[in-house]
Design a protein around this ligand. Structure first.
Ligand SMILES: [Zn+2]
Ligand SMILES: [Zn+2]
Length: 401
C-alpha cells in the first residue's frame, strides 16, 4: 500500500514519504523515503523479494524491531542487492541482533568476495549503551566489535531532515519500537521579528545559509529599527539569534510498534514514547476473541489496539501483522477496531506479496514442444513459440523499469 496518496492529501509530512510494502497478512515492511536526501530507511525486513530493485537501492539504513524470522529473514536479500557496492549499510536492532545477522550471512560461501564490497555496520540498542559491530564485506562479512558507547536519550539516528528514536519493550525477548520525527524546517515568526524591530530583507536568506546549511562565509547583517532610526548590526551568534525568532512548529511523526506484549510496563513506555504521533503503524495480530493467544505470544489484539489508540490519539492508524489464521476473516479486524474521534484507520489489502507459484503455473514449460528442435533439422522447423506475456517466466525484471 502506497501511503503517498494519503500523505499528499492528508498526512502532513514535509520530507518523508512512507510506503507500507506488506498486506495485512504479510510481513510488516515500512519503507520511508527521505525526499530531499534521495535515500530511504526500512523498518523490519521479513519477506522482501517482492520489492523492486529501484525501491531497495536507496535503502542505506535498516531498523529491526527484533530477530524473529518474519522481521529479519530478508537481510540476505538486501545484502544480495548491495554487496557489489562499496556504500555501507547500517542496521539498528535490539541486543543480540549483530549475532543473528552475522549467522544469517555465515550460511553462505563468500570466497569470491572482492575488495570493494560494502560493510554492514550493526548497532545494538541496549538500555543504557549502544554496541557497534562491523561485518566486513571484503573479508567475507567477518565480524568485528567496534566498541560500546553510552546511550543518551532515545535518539539513535539523525539526519538534517529526520530523526529516529527507539524504545526497548518486551516481547518475551527485547523488541524495539521506533519513532520517526521530521525536524522543524526553517521558518521565522514575523510577529517575533516585529516585536524586536527587525526589518525583513536579504539577511533572512543569509541567516538560513548560516544556521541551516552551515555556510560560515555568509555574514548576517540585520537592520533593526530603534524609534525613528534604523541601525544595521552584525549577528555574532546566528543560531541563538535564529532561536529568538524561529516560528513554533509541530512536526509530523510516525510510530512503528510491532510485536509487543500487553504488559503494564510496555503500556507505560508506549504511552510516554508514542503519544500524539501523526501516523501509528501498530501490530494487531489477534482478534478480541483470541486475547489469550495474544497474551501467550506477547502480541496485541484488537481490544488492545483500541485502548492504545485512545491513549495515543494518532491522526492515522495503520493496523498490521494480522495472524494468517484469519485468512478468510480479515474484515473482522476492521469491524472490531473503534478508533477515537480524530483518528482515521488506513486499511491494508489482505496481501501485497504476490501469490506463490503453483506447479500448474510452470508445468507447461516442462512439456516437450509440439515440434521438437533438433540440431540436424532445425532450419526446417518453425521457431519455438515465445512465452505468452502473462506467464510467470516473462514477468518483467523487478526494477520497476
Ligand atoms: Zn512478528
Ligand atoms: Zn515477534
Amino acid at each position: 500500500m502506497n501511503l503517498k496518496v494519503h500523505m499528499k492529501r492528508r498526512i502532513p509530512f514535509r520530507y518523508i514519504e512512507p510506503a507500507f510494502f506488506g498486506g495485512l497478512l504479510d510481513d510488516p515492511l515500512l519503507f520511508l523515503r527521505i525526499r530531499p536526501m534521495r535515500r530511504a530507511l526500512l523498518f523490519d525486513c521479513g519477506q522482501i523479494t517482492h520489492l523492486a530493485k529501484r525501491v531497495v537501492k536507496p535503502i542505506d539504513t535498516l531498523f529491526i524491531t527484533h530477530a524473529h524470522m518474519d522481521h529479519i529473514m530478508g537481510i540476505p536479500t538486501l545484502v544480495r542487492h548491495h554487496h557489489a557496492s562499496p556504500r555501507p549499510l547500517d542496521i539498528y536492532g535490539p541486543p543480540g541482533v549483530a549475532e543473528r545477522v552475522y549467522h544469517l550471512l555465515m550460511g553462505y560461501d563468500w570466497n569470491l568476495c572482492e575488495p570493494d564490497w560494502f560493510t554492514l555496520r550493526v548497532h545494538e540498542i541496549r538500555q543504557d549503551t549502544i554496541r557497534h559491530y562491523s561485518l566486513i564485506g571484503p573479508d567475507g562479512f567477518a565480524r568485528r566489535f567496534d566498541g560500546e558507547e553510552p546511550r543518551c536519550g532515545r535518539e539513535i539516528w539523525s539526519s538534517r531532515y529526520v530523526t529516529v528514536e527507539a524504545e526497548l519493550l518486551d516481547h518475551k525477548i527485547p523488541v524495539l519500537a521506533f519513532k520517526i520525527l521530521e525536524r522543524p524546517h526553517y521558518a521565522i515568526d514575523s510577529g517575533l521579528m516585529e516585536q524586536q524591530g527587525l526589518i525583513p530583507g536579504e539577511w533572512i536568506r543569509d541567516l538560513k545559509s548560516r544556521v541551516w546549511k552551515g555556510r560560515t562565509e555568509h555574514r548576517v547583517v540585520v537592520p533593526r529599527r530603534e524609534g525613528e532610526v534604523v541601525r544595521e548590526e552584525t549577528v555574532d551568534d546566528p543560531c541563538s539569534f535564529y532561536a529568538g525568532i524561529e516560528a513554533r512548529q509541530s512536526c509530523a511523526s510516525i510510530g512503528y510498534l510491532c510485536d509487543v506484549g500487553w504488559t503494564a510496563e510496555n503500556r507505560e513506555k508506549i504511552e510516554a514514547f508514542l503519544n500524539g504521533v501523526t501516523l501509528l503503524c501498530a501490530d494487531c495480530t489477534f482478534l478480541a476473541a483470541d486475547v489469550e493467544k495474544a497474551r501467550a505470544s506477547y502480541h496485541l489484539c484488537t481490544e488492545d489496539l483500541n485502548d492504545l489508540a485512545r491513549r495515543l490519539a494518532p491522526r492515522f492508524l495503520l493496523p498490521m501483522h494480522l495472524s494468517k489464521s484469519y485468512l478468510l476473516r480479515t474484515v473482522a479486524l476492521y469491524n472490531e477496531l473503534h478508533p477515537p474521534l480524530g483518528t482515521t484507520i488506513l486499511p491494508l489489502p489482505r496481501h501485497l506479496v504476490p501469490a506463490p507459484l503453483m506447479v500448474r503455473d510452470v508445468d507447461e514449460w516442462m512439456r516437450p514442444p509440439a515440434h521438437p528442435l533438433s540440431t540436424a533439422s532445425s532450419s526446417t522447423h518453425p521457431a519455438p513459440q515465445q512465452p505468452s506475456s502473462d506467464c510467470p517466466r516473462t514477468r518483467p525484471e523487478s526494477d520497476g523499469a
